[in-house]
Design a binder for this molecule. Structure first.
Ligand code: SF4
Length: 454
C-alpha cells in the first residue's frame, strides 16, 4: 500500500512525458516549417532504409461527445465529411512525399482519433490503398488502430486486417452504468465482447482494452467490477489510464459532472493499486506507466529486450527515428525536432489546399534536449537509466540534487552512473522524470496545463 505522506508530497501537476521537451516548453521562437523540413530530410536519409518510418493518421470525427475526452475531435453525425477529410490527408501525404528523397518504407502505422471506426470500411480502404501506393511496406510492419466498441463492425475489422493490421485497441473506460452516464459514453459489455471476439476470430494478434481510473463516481467496487469483466475477455494488453482532469484546457466537454463527483487523489491512487493488484493476479505484467500486458504480447517481449518505446500514442513495441503525423493536430517527430499540425479542421483544410504543410508550432532539439530526452525515455520505458558519471554529476548538479530527495524517500536507487526506480517509486515515475526536466526548471511554470501526477 502506498504511503499517504508521499502521495500528498508528490501529487502535483506534471507531464506524462510522451515527448521531451513537453509541448508547453517547446521553443517556438527557434522553430519554422523550413527548419522542420530540413531536420526531417536529414533524419529520413539516416533512417528510412535501415528501419523505415512510422505514420500516424488522425481521424477526428466522433458521433457523440464523451465528457472525459481530451482528444482533438469534431462531433458530427454527417458522414459526408469522411471523403473530404480523406482527400485532404492524401494531399498532406503528397506534400511530405515531395520533400522526401526516396519512397518511404512504412514500418509502423497507427490510426487514431477521434474515432477511426466512424469512417466506413470502404473509405478506410480507399485512404490506406492510396497511402500505400506511394510507399513501400516494411516486412516487419506493425499496423494498429483504435476502434470504438459501439461502431466497429466485422467489415471494419476484416478490411483493416486484409490491409495488414494485426493490432486493435478498444476504448472501454468503465463498465458501470452510472460512470458511463456521467462520461456520456453508454457502452454495454456485450458490445466490447462482440468486437473483441470478432477481432480474435479474424486473426488479430494483439487486442488492447483501454480502462480509465479516477472517473466521476468511480469507487473500488466499480473498478473491481470492470476488471473482472475484462478478465473474462482476456485482452492481450490493457492500458489503465489516469483520468486527466483539465477542464480549463478542454472546456465544456469535461464539464458533464461536478468536481465533487471525482474521487480524491488518495482514493484515485487506491483505485489504481487495486486494479494493478487484480491485473497482476490475472497474469498481466505492468509495463512502464499505466500499461499491462500478457507475457505472450509483443509489448512484454519488447520490454524484456529493451526495445520498448514511448511516443505521443503511448507505448509501442518498436520505434523508428521518423514519425510523420498526418491530419488535424497531429504531432510529427524526427528525433531532432517535433512539429504539430494546426488544431482546427478549417485551418487544416486551408493550409493543405494552399499546398503548405499544415504545421503551426514545433521544437528543434539541442544537444542538451537530446541528452535529457534519452534519460526520460529510458525511465518511462525501462524504469532505469545509465550515464557517464562525469557528465551528469558535474554538469547537472541540479538534477542530482533533486534525485537525492527521491533517494531519501526510498523511491530510487541512485548509483554513480545509474538510476533505478524501485517498486515503491513506480507510482512516482512522472515526478522522477520531472527531476531531469531542465526545460521545465528553466522556464516559467506551466502547471495549469498538466494533470496531477499521482
Ligand atoms: S473518447 Fe473517443 S469517441 Fe469519445 S469523444 Fe473522445 S475521441 Fe470521440
Amino acid at each position: 500500500m502506498l504511503n499517504n505522506t508521499l502521495i500528498q508530497k508528490y501529487n502535483v501537476p506534471g507531464p506524462r512525458y510522451t515527448s521531451y521537451p513537453t509541448v508547453p516548453y517547446w521553443d517556438e521562437k527557434n522553430f519554422s516549417t523550413e527548419k522542420w523540413i530540413d531536420t526531417l530530410q536529414k533524419s529520413f536519409k539516416e533512417s528510412n532504409s535501415k528501419e523505415g518510418i512510422s505514420l500516424y493518421l488522425h481521424l477526428p470525427f466522433c458521433e457523440s461527445l464523451c465528457t472525459f475526452c481530451a482528444c482533438n475531435k469534431r462531433i458530427t453525425k454527417q458522414h459526408n465529411v469522411e471523403l473530404v477529410y480523406i482527400e485532404t490527408l492524401l494531399k498532406e501525404w503528397q506534400l511530405y512525399l515531395n520533400v522526401l528523397s526516396e519512397k518511404p518504407i512504412i514500418r509502423e502505422l497507427h490510426l487514431g482519433g477521434g474515432t477511426p471506426s466512424f469512417f466506413s470500411p470502404k473509405n478506410l480502404i480507399y485512404l490506406l490503398e492510396n497511402i500505400f501506393s506511394k510507399a513501400e511496406i516494411h516486412p516487419n510492419k506493425e499496423f494498429s488502430f483504435e476502434g470504438h466498441p459501439n461502431n466497429t463492425t466485422r467489415e471494419h475489422l476484416q478490411a483493416l486486417y486484409n490491409l495488414g493490421f494485426k493490432r486493435v485497441s478498444f476504448g472501454v473506460q468503465d463498465y458501470d452504468i452510472r460512470v458511463q452516464k456521467a462520461i456520456h459514453r453508454i457502452q454495454p459489455f456485450e458490445n466490447v465482447k462482440k468486437v473483441t471476439e470478432i477481432a480474435r476470430e479474424i486473426g488479430y494478434e494483439s487486442i488492447s482494452h483501454d480502462l480509465v481510473f479516477g472517473l466521476p463516481f468511480q469507487d473500488l467496487n466499480k473498478v473491481i467490477h470492470t476488471i473482472k469483466k475484462t478478465e473474462f475477455l482476456q485482452p492481450d494488453r490493457i492500458a489503465f489510464y489516469s483520468y486527466a482532469h483539465v477542464p480549463w484546457i478542454k472546456g465544456v466537454g469535461q464539464r458533464g459532472f461536478k468536481e465533487e463527483d471525482l474521487p480524491s487523489g488518495e482514493i484515485k491512487r487506491e483505485l489504481y493499486e487495486k486494479g494493478k493488484e487484480l491485473l497482476e493476479k490475472m497474469g498481466y505484467f505492468e509495463i512502464g506507466m499505466d500499461h499491462f500486458s500478457l507475457k505472450s504480447d509483443s509489448l512484454y517481449q519488447s520490454m524484456l529486450n529493451k526495445k520498448i518505446h514511448r511516443n505521443f500514442m503511448g507505448y509501442t513495441s518498436s520505434s523508428t527515428q521518423v514519425m510523420i503525423g498526418l491530419g488535424v493536430s497531429s504531432i510529427s517527430d524526427n528525433w531532432y525536432a517535433f512539429a504539430q499540425n494546426v488544431k482546427t479542421i478549417e485551418e487544416y483544410y486551408q493550409k493543405v489546399n494552399d499546398h503548405e504543410l499544415p504545421v503551426f508550432r514545433g521544437h528543434i532539439l539541442n544537444a542538451e534536449d537530446l541528452f535529457i530526452r534519452r534519460h526520460i525515455l529510458n525511465l518511462m520505458c525501462l524504469l532505469e537509466t545509465r550515464w557517464e558519471n562525469e557528465i551528469i554529476f558535474t554538469n547537472y548538479p541540479e538534477i542530482i540534487e533533486r534525485l537525492k530527495e527521491f533517494e531519501a524517500d526510498g523511491l530510487i536507487e541512485l548509483n554513480e552512473n545509474s538510476l533505478i526506480i524501485k517498486e515503491e517509486g513506480r507510482s512516482f515515475i512522472r515526478n522522477i522524470c520531472m527531476a531531469f526536466d531542465l526545460r521545465m526548471m528553466k522556464n516559467a511554470p506551466q502547471t495549469k496545463l498538466f494533470s496531477m501526477t499521482v
